[in-house]
Design a protein around this ligand. Structure first.
Ligand code: ADP
Length: 358
């Protein structure tokens, strides 16, 4: 057996030995629904019924402490998750501004606005938009963080040219990484993509919950959450786990993705998260040779759709070589040149978003 296997077994045994309030252990109860141990970090989930949340808060803490006491464990993130069917979720609890005595403190108390950036399907430029929108907010003088919750294809490390691993702070919380003045955390910085891909629902929700609650975000004006594409469990977990100020939907002008965008809008409405606006990405192509503007996917689809569903239109981002090249190089356009043509578009979108929330 390798050293790593020994350590993994020891950590799992420590977790399973944690006693439960009603007697017995976590292991015997079969509630450990997810476990991963890599590079000194354990991520685990404990399945509970929603009404058990308060009773299990102490179990969660004991589980983290037990893991941290295991040799080789530098950071431990344990979350309580309740398996959900695909049936519509219950409306999210609205967290009170101040925690009532004896209740759990609110998530992210020092973050003014948590904003989800979502799309109905992949490949519409959601991550590119998230990064440049965050940099646009930063150019307006705001403190901004990004959580890459796109567990099935984390791309923030690439887009921002991040290398290395997040450090564990003095209080054992993970410190976010820094890029272009932004605080950044991505599931891609903690586990490799293949590991994340095989996670089932509870682990996905667990990882997202932890990245919101167990990362030392500090004081931020905005935390943008780059959501997984689609409208499934992971989206609901974020909508319910964080107190979202609202959601920004990214869409291309094509009809199909507009249908997907509509689905995204409906999902957020169902859980009472306001739609802050729609960003149309790849709205038109600016020819590098002649500078002419070509509306390849048709003109104004997202703007018309925004009007139809009563959501504000935040702006249109052209399809440019510059944006794509910058993304591949990990040098986002809005960081390098916030006053350039494309940079200015994102700063304007950021300004409209800020206005919506002021
Ligand atoms: P998603 O997060 O929706 O899956 P990405 O942001 O990863 O999409 O973008 C998908 C691909 O499209 C990337 O290669 C990215 O560089 C490129 N891309 C996104 N938006 C633009 C744009 N406006 N102009 C040019 N390329 C873009």
């Amino acid at each position: 057996m390798t050293d790593q296997q020994h350590r993994t077994d020891a950590a799992r045994a420590a977790l399973e030995a944690v006693p439960l309030p009603a007697g017995g252990t976590l292991g015997a109860s079969g509630r450990v629904s997810g476990f991963s141990f890599a590079q000194g970090r354990v991520i685990a989930s404990i399945t509970i019924a929603p009404e058990e949340a308060q009773a299990f808060a102490a179990v969660r803490e004991a589980a983290q402490a037990a893991l941290l006491a295991t040799p080789g464990v530098a950071a431990a993130l344990v979350a309580l998750t309740s398996e959900r069917s695909s049936a519509p979720a219950a409306p999210p609890p609205h967290p009170a501004p101040a925690a009532p005595a004896g209740k759990k403190p609110p998530v992210l108390p020092d973050v003014t606005h948590v904003v989800a950036v979502a799309s109905g399907k992949g490949g519409v430029g959601k991550s590119t938009t998230t990064v440049n929108l965050a940099l646009g907010l930063r150019a307006l003088g705001l403190k901004v963080g990004i959580l890459d919750a796109d567990i099935y294809g984390p791309s923030l490390p690439t887009l921002l040219g991040l290398r290395g691993q997040p450090k564990v702070g003095a209080d054992r919380k993970l410190a976010p990484m820094q890029a272009y003045g932004l605080k950044v955390m991505s599931i891609g910085l903690l586990v490799d993509e293949e590991t994340a891909m095989i996670w089932r629902g509870p682990m996905v929700m667990s990882a997202i919950t932890q990245m919101l609650a167990e990362v030392e975000w500090g004081r931020l004006d905005f935390l943008l959450v780059d959501m997984p594409p689609g409208t499934g469990d992971a989206q609901l977990a974020i909508a319910q786990g964080a107190r979202l100020s609202g959601a920004v939907i990214v869409s291309t002008p094509q009809d199909l993705s507009l249908i997907d965008a509509r689905r995204g809008v409906a999902m957020f409405r169902k859980v009472d998260v306001p739609i802050l606006g729609i960003v149309e990405n790849m709205s038109h192509f600016i020819c590098t040779d002649c500078g002419a503007r070509h509306a390849i996917f048709g003109e104004g689809g997202a703007e018309a759709e925004a009007k139809r569903i009563g959501a504000p239109f935040l702006g249109a981002v052209p399809l440019t070589m510059e944006l794509r090249r910058a993304s591949d190089l990990g040098q986002p356009v809005t960081a390098l040149d916030p006053d350039g043509v494309t940079g200015r578009i994102f700063v304007e979108i950021a300004g409209r978003l800020r206005e919506r929330l002021s």
